[in-house]
Design a protein around this ligand. Structure first.
Ligand code: ATP
Ligand code: SF4
Length: 290
């Protein structure tokens, strides 16, 4: 018997090899920053990356990538994401980056979206189905990163339902902060992954210490090490710590068309740390979707 059309894997993911979700129990722990840096790291390792910003309450990725004024358009194959990084002769080792965010559709960043459950769910499902993902010249997207809203809400259930037909997906990176690891939110997020059968690729402890802008020394202003302890107690992989680096925020704010985040990030103290974190994800050798 053939599969009913609504139960097919979303066509938009046909050209996507790996899907990774970025989750956090609470807002403001740096999920979007970790998504951004995961994307930058993967590009620097030569992968073609797609980023889907599904955080409908506060889509922040267009701002992080300095693309707030860019526009998406529709083609016969679906929404065409914004090209943030395309291969260039100066950096042949880099991959590409394309971004789709609700922020491009609602425009003004102050125009926050206050949709009720069913409308949100419908939007998320449409986002997963209707974006035409493709690398340069039709090359496959190696990694699609999905930046989800914080918590385990209706939106997450919608994502899980939609991705059920897009297996195998690699799984989820859980972002926490040193203060948050002791709370129930992270455990809830991990239980959610178990329930919907998403593999936890590992835990990242963000805002773990502070890099001094003067001497680059890292000081633990809050307790550190909770992320590692939590991973050990739940038998999950600990991917690493990312300290607060005021220069990272400065880089995000100082981008221009000629001075892009991908270039500025080369001088960021967080770059090698993030590279090590991503290596720990890659070494898990998750099977590609095709
Ligand atoms: N390691 C870091 N170093 C410096 N600044 C950081 C770091 N992580 C996050 N930030 C900053 O903290 C703020 C909140 O981070 P971010 O937007 O990534 O969090 P979030 O969890 O995605 O939030 P939300 O739930 O609102 O989407 C941003 O201004 C970001 O630039
Ligand atoms: S780490 Fe402390 S002592 Fe060193 S430069 Fe920074 S603020 Fe000053």
């Amino acid at each position: 018997m053939s599969t009913p059309p609504e139960e097919k894997s979303p066509d938009s993911l046909r050209n996507v090899k790996h899907v990774v979700l970025i989750l956090s129990g609470k807002g403001g722990v740096g999920k979007s920053s970790v998504t951004t840096q995961t994307a930058l790291s993967l590009i620097n390792k030569g992968f073609n990356v797609g980023v889907l910003d599904i955080d409908l309450t506060g889509p922040s990725l267009p701002r992080m990538f300095g693309a707030e004024n860019k526009q998406v358009h529709q083609s016969t194959r679906g929404w065409v994401p914004v090209n943030i990084v395309i291969p260039d002769v100066k950096h042949p080792e880099r991959g590409s980056l394309s971004l789709m965010s609700l922020g491009f559709l609602v425009g003004d960043r102050g125009n926050s979206v206050v949709w009720r459950g069913p409308k949100k769910t419908a939007m998320i499902k449409q986002f997963l189905k209707d974006v035409y993902w493709s690398g340069p010249n039709g090359a496959p997207i190696d990694y699609l990163l999905i930046d989800t809203p914080p918590g385990t809400s209706d939106e997450h259930i919608a994502i899980a339902e939609e991705l059920r037909f897009a297996q195998p997906i690699d799984g989820a990176i859980i972002v926490t902060t040193p203060q948050q690891v002791a709370t129930a939110d992270v455990r809830k997020e991990i239980n959610f992954c178990k329930k919907v059968n998403f593999k936890v690729l590992g835990i990242v402890e963000n805002m773990s210490g502070f890099i001094c802008p003067h001497c680059a020394e890292c000081t633990n202003i809050f307790l550190s090490g909770g992320g590692l302890a939590l991973s050990q107690s739940l038998d999950l992989k600990f991917l690493g710590n990312i300290p607060i680096d005021p220069k990272f925020v400065e880089m995000v704010e100082s981008q221009t068309d000629k001075n892009r985040l991908i270039d500025l990030y080369d001088d960021c103290e967080l770059k090698p740390l993030m590279s090590g974190i991503i290596d720990k994800v890659l070494e898990q050798n998750c099977p590609a979707r095709f």
